[in-house]
Write a protein that binds this ligand. Sequence first.
Ligand SMILES: *Cc1c(COP(=O)(O)O)cnc(C)c1O
Length: 396
Amino acid sequence: MNASDFQPTRPIAYGRQHITEADEQAVLSALRSDYLTQGPLVAEFEDKFAAYVGAEYAVAVSNGTAALHLCTLALGVQPGQRVITTPITFAASANCVRYCGGEVHFVDIDPETALIDLAAVRRLLESHPKGYFHGLIPVDFAGLPVNLEHARQLCDEFGLWLLEDSCHAPGGSFVDSQGQAQHCGNGQFADLAIFSFHPVKHIATGEGGMITTNRRDLYERLLTLRTHGITKDPSQLSRPDEGGWYMEMQELGYNYRLPDMLCALGISQLQRADAGLDRRRELAARYDAAFAQMPGVQPLAGAAGHAYHLYVIQVANRRGLYDFLREKQVFAQVHYIPVHRMPYYQGLGWLEGDFPKAEAYYAHCLSIPLFPSLTDEEQQYVIACIREFVSQQEPA
Ligand SMILES: *Cc1c(COP(=O)(O)O)cnc(C)c1O
């Protein structure tokens, strides 16, 4: 089709939530219940989410950033400890280390996938004495799951904990060395995994997040840290006989709880998660087919268990395409400005040129619309707009 054959009736963003009547009813009934926060829907959402990803435990929290913060607290990150992550992620993946006073160390990406390059992580680990680094935070960027079996081997060899930032990949999986599909956040390899329910993510609660783990010790610490460091468990109290009201704040915690109303929305959305994932994959396959015929447009590598939070293309004139699409009511986005290029991290000593592959990727990447309610016509329109733009460009 030609871009001019179809006029979008709404601006087409790179991502958006999908709210159904069932979602509205679920929230309404939570509103009319006895609980606005911390009622029965919290545990229900946690249990259903744990089952969805295949983990033993899940802890619902106020957002993905709070999830990351609770994880670095539970893992005991101390001032000066060194933690490795990727520059191609949302800043929160790195910031959670700073909240605890730790040092963030970036490792460059694999340009084919834009995921952290585990071979480069190994080289960094080998060039320092054992014990120099404390943790690794890989990110399932765009929905492509990191090979956590490899990451785990590295972490075990060098004594690091492993925290998977899976905000982009609920429902995603990679195939392990035994040929088994391993779902993101299933706790088989990572100590902890985190998810976000921001509206552009697969499951939307407005603000919201989840931590999953198979480690009971971490699970229990997370529960306490989520609620001010307070416990009511009689077996944990230093003065167990004070009375029924009694509780103790045993360490410095936070209020990072997710209210019942939002858990109601999360439970309702989770029921449709697989359908949403199928639709994302269907749309991605159509983009793949279209761009295979379009010189000048280079998508990131795909894979079987890809969860397709984002569909990223790389083009020579990214700024031109971004502006061109905006004029056509298509609101693409850039994921991400490398974290080490943020003024805050530059202030900590990171420089332009430190991670050339991440910077080269950033110079050309663009996330184009991908979300379950994107219609076939809207997608065809997006493709037609991109085709129109690249056909006007000088051949390289
Ligand atoms: C969205 C996101 C977060 C933060 O989640 P919030 O719920 O917005 O706090 C962290 N990491 C990645 C990779 C994300 O995409």
